[in-house]
Design a protein around this ligand. Structure first.
Ligand code: GLN
Length: 491
């Protein structure tokens, strides 16, 4: 029998639905694969063997009873450890939540369960989703399956690496500034950030609430679209959730797979000159632009003059929101408590807990954010950054009057060696040069593999208007129909 771990989610669901294989067999194959390779990859922080097998058995029973199964029933999924899972450890990559077992499921997790997918476990991430390499996880880094001495991107490096290492056919990520798309790019997988508000934040541990967007990760565009359809849509428990149905991303992925982009206008951002990007990345991008043109797309240059201020604006807005959101980790309500010996004040216990529980990058962000929000500096920093955010949104709005979608490289550089960018935080921040504008605007963005540079994967990003997520799937699927999917050298 063909190796079940090499198959797409679409094919696995088909095999389960037709009874050619069982959900339990599919699940066991992936659990075996995790056992065989995850000591080298470290994609998972927690593998829920019993829970996964129980969920798989339930799918098999429903099929045996003649029930109609959903499009992804019986397909395993790896979930970034930023989403709460009832009774299953949720750490957000931080020591401060070590040992916490949430009493409830995030909406996305509920929807995954209702759809009959099988949750394999929780994946590694930069602490509180702050980072671009998964090196800021308090539990040690994840390794890129393409070269285990290199980073798998971040913050959702665990989810992307699980896909690239064939430990899971589907995964969930969250994207605040690029944390789905950038790991997708550097592992040769597909990662989509939906429209902000298109996927529920209920049960997503908050980093920067006005930016955080959970989304699908997969090895093919169609698989990502199917997962997007399952997890997306209105949730009354999230006040910023959009009360509209998910755009038909599955139909769009299928349309794109025909390889015809006639009538589609794609914009290249003039200000993304390639400065700061590796020549090999820019070469792969340019080749993909030619491919898209051959498929019938019209390529137009557009100007987005404020994109160059996106990175500094993001690094004021995101830390500001995080400084407020992370105040809840006080040693009283969740997880870790340090120094509670009966002789210390509440303030001392809080301080000792936060000192011990948060890593250096998280502390850095809390300090920057607290400063930017403090009276006297608020207008100069946070207020100014919000104005820039408005200007960036206007850039997108005027660009989308001229084109259907924008394209760019996903990230300026391929997977870098572990340790290469941790000494200088700014070097790490540059990884999200191309992804951050979309978060500030709130629109959707996808990364799809587009080529190799120095033997490592390069991603192409497609950015679309808010609630036009279907457009980016069409373009990504069209490119995939020519470029194909990517397989790392044997692990
Ligand atoms: N790398 C960015 C940061 O460190 C984005 C992270 C994310 O999208 N969660 O904030």
């Amino acid at each position: 029998m063909t190796d079940l771990t090499r198959m797409t989610a679409t094919d696995l669901a088909g095999l389960v639905a037709s009874g050619q294989t069982s959900a339990v067999e599919v699940t066991r194959a992936h659990l075996d694969r995790i056992a065989a390779v995850d000591d080298r990859v470290h994609a998972f922080l927690h593998v829920d063997t019993e829970g996964a097998l129980a969920a798989a058995r339930a799918v098999d029973e429903r099929r045996a009873a003649g029930e109609q199964l959903g499009p992804l029933a019986g397909v395993p999924v790896a979930v970034k450890d930023v989403l709460t899972t009832k009774g299953v450890p949720t750490t957000v990559g931080s020591k401060i939540l070590e040992g916490w077992r949430p009493p409830y499921d995030a909406t996305i997790v509920q929807r995954l369960r209702a759809a009959g997918t099988v949750m394999l476990g929780k994946t590694n991430m930069d602490e509180f989703a702050m980072g671009s390499s998964t090196e800021y996880s308090a539990y040690g880094p994840t390794h890129n399956p393409w070269d285990t001495d290199r980073i798998p991107g971040g913050s959702g490096g665990g989810s992307a690496a699980a896909l690239a290492a064939y430990e899971a056919p589907l995964a969930i990520g969250s994207d605040t500034g690029g944390s789905i798309r950038q790991p997708g790019a550097v592992t040769g997988t597909v990662g989509a950030k939906p429209t902000y508000g298109g996927t529920s934040r209920y049960g997503l541990v908050a980093f920067s609430s006005s930016l955080d967007t959970p989304g699908p990760c997969a090895r093919t565009v169609l698989d990502a679209a199917l997962l997007h359809q399952v997890i997306g849509g209105h949730d009354p428990r999230d006040s910023t959730s959009i009360p509209q149905p998910v755009p038909d991303v599955v139909a769009a992925a299928k349309l794109g797979a025909t390889g015809d982009l006639t009538g589609v206008r794609l914009g290249i951002v003039r200000e993304f000159t390639g400065e700061g990007a590796e020549p090999g990345v820019m070469a792969a991008f340019r080749e993909s632009v030619d491919t898209l043109a051959k498929l019938g797309a019209e390529i137009v240059e557009v100007s987005c003059p404020h994109f160059r201020y996106a990175l500094p604006a993001y690094y004021l807005i995101a830390p500001s929101e995080c400084s407020s959101n992370l105040a809840r980790f006080d040693g009283v309500r969740f997880g870790l408590r340090v120094g509670d010996d009966g002789n210390r004040s509440l303030e001392e216990v809080m301080s000792l807990t936060r000192e011990a529980g948060f890593g250096a990058e998280v502390k850095r962000r809390i300090m920057v954010g607290t400063y930017a929000l403090s009276s006297g500096y608020y207008d100069a920093y946070y207020g100014q950054a919000q104005k820039v955010r408005t200007l960036i949104t206007r850039d997108f709005t005027s660009a989308f009057e001229q084109v259907d979608a924008l394209i760019s490289p996903t990230t300026p550089f391929v997977a870098f060696p572990i340790g290469a960018r941790t000494a200088d935080p700014y070097q790490m921040y540059l990884a999200d040069l191309f992804t951050i504008p979309t978060n500030l605007y709130g629109g959707p963005g996808i990364s799809v593999p587009c080529g190799l540079s120095e033997g490592l994967p390069v991603g192409l990003q497609v950015m679309a208007p808010t609630m036009a997520d279907d457009r980016m799937y069409r373009v990504a699927a069209a490119l995939e129909s020519v470029v194909g999917t990517f397989t790392p050298p044997a692990l």
